[in-house]
Ligand binder design. Structure first.
Ligand SMILES: *Cc1c(COP(=O)(O)O)cnc(C)c1O
Length: 407
């Protein structure tokens, strides 16, 4: 079945209550059983069921199953935010004395989080992940894991995803891919050998900027039997489920960054139209990028859909479309604040993956805290404006950019 047909019916097929076509919003925190033996069996993992809402909830389970379907994964754990998903996953799998490699082109808060891991004894090397050779050069004896994003934000670098996957397989490293920017509709990290897939559900999957959420999906490609940090308690059943069990228990249960049922419901309803929204948002982004690339007020535009983008060919090969986010540097005479203020339809704010088009001066906002030096290493110019393009009518967006640049 096609992407949309498959996910539209996943709640219904997952066992419904009262013939409801949406999984109901279960607000109960705790769950009871007729026979106390049953409760004990659920706690001991001998029987499927629910106990306490911090670990899981039926509405959240339905969303997790839907994300697994989207990613062609084995199982998914949902979290209260994308950051909670990334932080909890790494906390569950790594220990002091470990080393991991990360792309240096990273979502700002992920960059900040990884620096905190360093303080706690887990070393991280930031490398230019547009080259698998750079990743290979950073591998040391205690390297456990490689973390990359598909299309980095704001400069839209595309990691050398296939070659890094091959490298991880060769060296037995866990390959983690943050698929937030591409979504499982444009790209499935499993196809390049990723073992764990990250999605911020807040962004395109939820899609309407009305709920926060995050997810980790197990693809089943990594042989966890050789991974040294798994507790015996979680080494039960099929090996492919061991790590996600530990992420769920040691991570989600003990840290408690759980997704609420209402948020799960919002995200699930939003995700029904992921493919339709991505089609329109990417069509808009391609049209705008072509328009801006030729505009005399634009010094540079970064978008993988343009032929002069350094990873254009790779993006074309791997992704259904080149995404719906681009960044622009204006010519020196133009002020990026004026440009943003002149835009009428485009909303000046952070966030990405909304139905509405959003713009932000990144060096002065989301990448301000990291300082000028790190910004320079990520190629973030002071005048850079990032746009997350939404699903408005294409002509209206083109007209808005045109009037804002000529004002
Ligand atoms: C937004 C984002 C995150 C974090 O997600 P939140 O839901 O905001 O916590 C992680 N990675 C990428 C690539 C993102 O864009």
């Amino acid at each position: 079945m096609g992407f949309t047909s498959d996910i539209l019916h996943s709640d219904r097929r997952g066992g419904i209550e009262h013939g409801s076509i949406h999984k109901p919003v279960h607000t109960a925190v705790t769950y009871t059983y007729e026979d106390a033996h049953e409760l004990a069996a659920v706690f001991q993992g001998k029987q499927q069921g629910y106990t306490y809402g911090r670990q899981v909830n039926p509405t959240v389970t339905a969303l997790q199953d839907k994300v697994s379907l989207m990613e062609d994964g084995l199982s998914t754990v949902a979290f209260s935010t994308g950051m909670a998903a990334i932080g909890t996953m790494l906390f569950s799998l790594l220990r002091a004395g470990d080393h991991f490699i990360s792309s240096s082109f990273l979502f700002g808060n992920t960059n900040s989080l990884f620096n905190s891991f360093e303080v706690h004894g887990i070393d991280v090397s930031f490398v230019d992940a547009t080259s698998a050779d750079e990743v290979r050069a950073a591998v040391v004896k205690n390297t456990r894991l490689v973390f990359v994003e598909t299309i980095a934000n704001p400069r839209t670098q595309v990691a050398e995803l296939v070659a890094i996957g091959e490298l991880c397989k060769e060296l037995d490293l866990v390959y983690v891919v943050d698929n937030t920017m591409t979504t499982p509709y444009l790209f499935r990290p499993k196809s390049v050998g990723a073992s764990l897939v990250v999605n911020s559900l807040t962004k395109y999957i939820g899609g309407h900027a009305n709920a926060l959420g995050g997810a980790i999906t197990e693809t089943g490609l990594y042989d966890w039997s050789t991974f040294p940090h798994l507790y015996d308690n979680y080494k039960k059943g099929d090996v492919s489920g061991w790590a996600i069990a530990q992420i769920k228990k040691k991570g989600l249960r003990d840290f408690g960054a759980s997704l609420g049922a209402e948020a799960a419901h919002h995200i699930s309803v939003g995700s029904d139209t992921l493919a339709l929204r991505m089609e329109q948002a990417c069509r808009n982004a391609i049209n705008l990028a072509n328009f801006l690339a030729d505009h005399p007020a634009v010094k540079k535009i970064y978008y993988p859909g343009l032929p002069d983008h350094p990873q254009h060919e790779l993006a074309r090969k791997l992704f259904k479309h080149p995404g719906a986010l681009f960044s622009v540097e204006l010519v020196d005479e133009m002020d990026c604040f004026d440009f943003l203020n002149n835009l009428d339809l485009v909303v000046c704010t952070s966030n990405l993956g909304d139905t509405r088009s959003l713009g932000i001066p990144v060096a002065h906002s989301i990448y301000y805290e990291m300082g000028a030096e790190r910004r320079a290493s990520m190629g973030i110019d002071d005048s850079l404006v990032r746009f997350s393009i939404g699903i408005e009518d294409t002509d209206d967006l083109l007209a808005d950019f045109e009037q804002a640049l000529s004002a």
